[in-house]
Design a protein around this ligand. Structure first.
Ligand code: GDP
Ligand code: MN
Length: 363
């Protein structure tokens, strides 16, 4: 999960990295109160989870209370890369001398944490990376003691603290761009970006709570609480299978048959009837679903368990849309016998056939 700039900066502060005084507002009036408390000039910054806010006009300096109000209202009315700006950060403006880039990220190729540093930080960093890659240094950090030997223009304890917070918060990215130096020799983090590893949320309760409270889709949030691997999609055909690869292939097949997936739902290996029933019950809450396609490859998962789960949920949750099932593997015959006794499950002998059937039935 990505953190907003103000959230990432709170973490920086906690770990002893200097940031500007600041506060978050949702209205121009709130912004003015905060600005007067901090002292003018201030920088007003759109809080959206995309980069390049500066270039899009989402970062502006205000020198008077009037400017704070007009610029805040303007930024709060903006969309940046399709995301509406709902909050702004008001921070004390800094008069800086030089902008640096400092980041630590997980590099999947070298399988290590990589430190990235540049003396040419700021909004043009991508341009620097493209046209002047020598200006960007990369170091694999295998042991944090390595940091002591670095000879950059910024203090090493800055890097040590960033590394510390990166590790302790299970981040896959911790980036400061720009990290600025001032005429009187101080260093301040003017912007911060952090990404937390979703797979670590079980041991990062604060982020898990944050995620819960900012989750936009109610169904995805509920699926998360039930530990169901579910992604809501804009189409009308729900797709369930056991195993992420199988579900993705099924989505392709449904698209090929002219349908649009309403979700990705991985039942998981060895799923019991109750799990299947819980998944199906969840889907009845999505009014856009016009048909449901189960693609079951029995291995650890037993075909008859899945069918039993569907029957239980159908009776209890009242599924009103057509359902097609393709099943093969462990206890296939038992599964088929069960579904022959129902009048709401259509059998398909292959994935391709099933995809065609569900597209037809849900028209
Ligand atoms: P981004 O465009 O989303 O990366 O947003 P940043 O927070 O990095 O801001 C973009 C640029 O605005 C920075 O590179 C700075 O040049 C400038 N900027 C941001 N904060 C301040 C500030 O307090 N004072 C001044 N003078 N410039 C700032
Ligand atoms: Mn930035």
């Amino acid at each position: 999960m990505k953190l907003q700039e103000f959230q990432a900066k709170e973490i920086l502060k906690k770990y002893g990295l200097p940031i500007q005084a600041g506060g978050v507002a949702a209205t121009a009036a709130e912004a003015e109160i905060i600005a007067l408390k901090i002292g003018l000039p201030v920088v007003l910054k759109a809080q959206v989870l995309v980069g390049g806010r500066g270039k899009a006009g989402g970062v502006k300096i205000a020198r008077t209370p009037e400017e704070v109000k007009t610029i805040s209202a303007q930024i709060l009315g903006m969309k940046i890369k399709d995301l509406p700006v709902k909050k702004i950060l008001i921070a004390g403006a800094v008069d800086f001398e030089k902008e640096y880039y400092l980041g630590i990220t997980l590099d999947r190729v070298s399988k290590s944490n990589v430190l990235i540093f540049s003396e040419e930080g700021g909004v043009e960093i991508e341009e620097v990376a493209r046209t002047n890659p020598d200006k960007i240094s990369k170091y694999e950090i295998l042991n944090p003691k390595q940091i002591q030997n670095l000879k950059f223009e910024i203090p090493n304890d800055f890097i040590e603290k960033l590394y510390d917070l990166y590790v302790k918060n299970d981040a896959t990215l911790a980036e400061i761009n720009p990290l600025v130096s001032t005429k009187d020799g101080r260093f301040i983090a003017l912007d911060a970006k952090m990404v937390i590893d979703d797979n670590a949320l079980f041991r990062q309760p604060e982020f898990a709570k944050l995620r819960e409270s900012t989750e936009v889709d109610e169904l995805e949030a509920e699926a998360g609480r039930r530990k169901i691997a579910y992604v809501r999609l804009p189409g009308s055909i729900a797709i369930l299978g056991n195993g992420a690869g199988l579900v993705m292939t099924t989505m392709d097949e449904v698209k090929r048959a002219g349908g649009e997936p309403a979700c990705f739902l991985d039942l998981g290996g060895g799923s019991k009837a109750e799990t299947v029933a819980s998944c199906l019950e969840l889907l009845t809450r999505d009014p856009n679903i016009k048909g449901i396609f189960f693609n079951v490859f029995g291995g650890i998962t037993r075909c008859d368990e899945v069918v039993n789960g569907i029957i239980a949920a159908h009776d209890k949750a009242g599924v009103k849309v057509p359902m097609v099932i393709r099943l093969t593997g462990t206890r296939e015959e038992e599964g088929k016998k069960l579904l022959a006794q129902t009048n709401f499950l259509t059998y398909a002998a292959s994935m391709t056939e099933g995809a065609k059937k569900i597209v037809e039935l849900s028209r």
